[in-house]
Design a protein around this ligand. Sequence first.
Ligand code: PMP
Length: 308
Amino acid sequence: MQTNYAFFQGQIVPIEQAKVSVMTHALHYGTACFGGIRAYWNEQQEQLYIFRLEDHIKRFLSSASLLLMNLPYSAEQLRAAVVELLRCEGQRNDMYVRPLAYKADHKIGVLLHDMIDEVTIFATPFGRYVANEEGASVCVSSWRRVDDNAIPARGKIAGAYVNSSLVKSEALMDGYDEAIVLDEYGHASEGSAANIFMVRDGQLITPPVSANILEGITRRTVMELAAADLGIRVEEREIDRTELYVCDELFFCGTGVQVASITAVDRRPVGAGVMGPITNAIRNLYFDVVRGNVERYRSWNTPVFDHA
Ligand code: PMP
C-alpha cells in the first residue's frame, strides 16, 4: 500500500513509527471500531474532496461510545487530523481513509470499561472495492448477519467483521462477487460491507435500521438523492429472500463499493440481468456528487488542499 504517514498517539508520524504491541487488547478481543471514508480527486478543480467527513466522524464516535470508549480527541480534532493526513500524503488520487479506535491496554481479560482508548488513522490510494460494480453476481449467504443483541450491528465494531469476512470468503470461494446476508429472522439485511436497495415497480426499498444493518452513510445519501433529485419514492421495510429473485433492480451501496449493480442472485438474473435504469441514474448522480461536481451538495465535500 502506498501509505507514508499515520496519525498515531496524537500526531502525524511516518507510517513505520505507528506500531502497537502484540499485547494490545484490541488485537486479542476485537475491541476496536473503525471508519471508512473516501476522498475523491477532482481533476478540473485540482482538489481532493473528502465525502461526508462530518457524518463519518460522528458515526465513528458513536461506534466508540458503544464500546465504552473515552477517546482523547474531539470530533473537530479527528476531522482536522484526517484533512492534515491527506495533505501530508499529498496524493492527486482517489483515497480511502481508515480511522481506527482501539483498546490499547496490555491486559488479559474481557471487558470494555476502565481501559486506555487510542485512535490511529491512515490513508491509501484506492480504486474499486468490488471488481464488478456494473453487474455483480451474488449469493444469499449461508451465514446470518450478526445480531444487534450479540454485537451492536449499527456500530463498525472490529470483532463483528469476522462475520463479514465469513460471508465474503464463502461468496468468493463459491465463485460469486459478493453476498447478501439474512438476519436472524430470515430477512435480507445487507452485503458483507455494504447496504442494499431493491427496485420494485419503480420504487426503491431498503431494509430499516432495525434490520441489524450498519447505518450506512451512502445508504442515507442514496435515499436523499433518490427523493430530492430523481423523484423516486424510498420505502424502508423488511425484504424477503424471494423478493430478491423477483425484483426489477438490486444494488449495493457503501463507501467502499460506492453504488454497485447486482445483476444475479443465486445465479438467477435480476430483472433483465443487466444494470437497470434507476441504479444507473443513482450511480451517475452519486459519482458527480462525491467528486464535488454538484453545487447544491458541496457542503458534503471537504476540500483537502489550500489553493489560496
Ligand atoms: N454495512 C457494513 C457492514 C459496512 O462495513 C459498510 C461500510 N462502512 C456499510 C454497510 C456501508 O456503510 P457506509 O455507506 O457508511 O460506508
